[in-house]
Design a protein around this ligand. Structure first.
Ligand SMILES: C[S@@+](CC[C@H](N)C(=O)[O-])C[C@H]1O[C@@H](n2cnc3c(N)ncnc32)[C@H](O)[C@@H]1O
Length: 405
């Protein structure tokens, strides 16, 4: 009897360990690859030294530290699998850990034929190959050295179900996949980087950003078969650029699975970086309110009287129908003609007793509700700010009385 109790206990504790292992699959993988996220650039250098020797580490430091061209950096850091894994791991280790955990938690969302776009040196491709041994993964990257390093890594890890191809997505032979995975590639496929949408209404900003990556989004999403999905992790804030990306998903017939959305907060060489992880399905019928989903990422306190950042922008966007009269307001432009601020105050149709006050500058955005009796004081404050702007040589363009933008 005693023995059977012990066996039971033992079985339970093994199950617990396995669950922990699964939950921390990312960490296990990092340990297996010898990846340790570095605290700063010097930490990256010390790891290169430890793994590759001082001479080679100095060579890489000289070649990589001052380099600003992303393509050159990829070419150099992917010289072989060890250099690639050490360098990328030291920089992006925390991202890999969290991405692996999130992918692991959603493994049932992957179909049989998978395309990974921008696989780099294959760290995630190999993780995925092992996670989903019954599937076949086509992992592509336009950097030749990255593909060579990825093939070496796959061989070391005995991963056999990944085919690596050196090609740009644009040149990939026709074909559709059950699942397309794309991580951190959007920013390298922006058609127009010269966008200054500051202080436009939010949806207009989102549209501008969305347009800049529309062609890439179309090519990416075209690779997803009907009923399949796009799994993506992109770096950014929950800002209008992300809203633009979501609008692109929608325009290409994809619906975001809202319950699977996650934000990965990573620590990378001493900086906090946020990543948006989404799964979107290509459906015949699609009726998603993308904007409403985006807004739900910024809970706005309905009883609040002051809102900051994107919550302020969201609220202002949503209140345009409620604006009664512009009391005073102006856009501010710097010497280069770029918008660098906006101040405005309105009365509201629904609340004649309050004044809505918008303050937008490089320091951030605030939207406040004040008692109506403060109307004059707020207008005076705006006038003072505008005068100071003029004295600093900035251009002040008064907003037309009929509109708010
Ligand atoms: C920032 S890295 C991200 C690598 C990997 N997905 C990750 O998250 O660790 C971007 C990679 O995508 C590749 N890439 C970017 N755009 C691409 C495209 N249109 N076709 C193929 N590869 C692309 C680059 O060569 C680079 O290796």
């Amino acid at each position: 009897m005693q023995g059977s109790v012990n066996r039971q206990r033992c079985a339970v504790s093994i199950a617990v360990i396995d669950m922990k292992k699964q939950k921390n699959a990312g960490l296990q993988y990092l340990i297996e690859l010898g990846i340790r996220p570095a605290k700063d650039k010097n930490g990256v250098y010390l790891q290169l030294q430890e793994q590759l020797g001082k001479g080679r580490a100095d060579e890489l430091k000289k070649a990589l530290w001052e380099e600003t061209d992303a393509q050159r950096i990829y070419d150099i850091k992917n010289a072989d699998w060890k250099t690639a894994v050490t360098f990328s791991g030291a920089y992006d280790g925390d991202f890999y850990r969290q991405a692996c955990n999130w992918l692991g938690a959603h493994k049932e969302q992957f179909g049989q034929e998978i395309l990974e776009v921008g696989c780099d040196c294959g760290i995630i491709s190999c993780f995925l190959g092992r996670l989903l041994p019954q599937t076949h993964i086509t992992a592509i990257d336009r950097t030749q050295t990255a593909i060579a390093a990825a093939e070496q890594l796959a061989e070391r890890l005995q991963v056999k179900n990944v085919t690596f191809l050196c090609t740009d997505l644009h040149d990939l032979a026709a074909g559709q996949f059950d699942t397309v995975l794309s991580m951190r590639t959007m920013h390298e496929n922006i058609a127009d980087r010269n966008i200054h949408p500051s202080f436009l209404l939010l949806l207009e900003q989102a549209q501008l950003y969305g347009n800049a990556v529309a062609e890439y989004a179309e090519r990416l999403m075209d690779r997803v078969r009907q009923g399949g999905n796009l799994i993506s992790i992109e770096k950014g804030e929950k800002n209008p650029a992300f809203l633009g990306w979501l609008l692109n998903l929608h325009a290409n017939g994809l619906t975001v699975l809202e319950q699977d959305y996650a934000e990965l907060q990573c620590r990378m060489v001493g900086c906090d970086v946020s990543f948006q992880a989404t799964i979107a399905e290509k459906r015949d019928v699609q009726s998603q309110n993308v904007y409403a989903f985006w807004c739900s990422l910024f809970p706005v306190d309905p009883d609040g009287y002051q809102f900051h950042g994107w919550a302020a922008e969201t609220l202002l966007q949503n209140m345009t129908q409620d604006l009664q009269q512009l009391l005073t307001g102006a856009m501010i432009y710097n010497q280069a003609g770029e918008a660098c601020g906006k101040y405005a105050a309105w009365t509201l149709k629904s609340r004649p007793d309050v004044v809505l006050y918008y303050q937008g500058s490089a320091g951030g955005t605030t939207l406040s509700l004040y008692e109506g009796s403060l109307q004059q004081a707020i207008c005076q404050q705006i006038d003072t700010v505008l005068q100071q702007c003029r004295m600093q040589g900035l251009t002040v363009a008064l907003l037309p009385q009929s509109g708010q933008s």
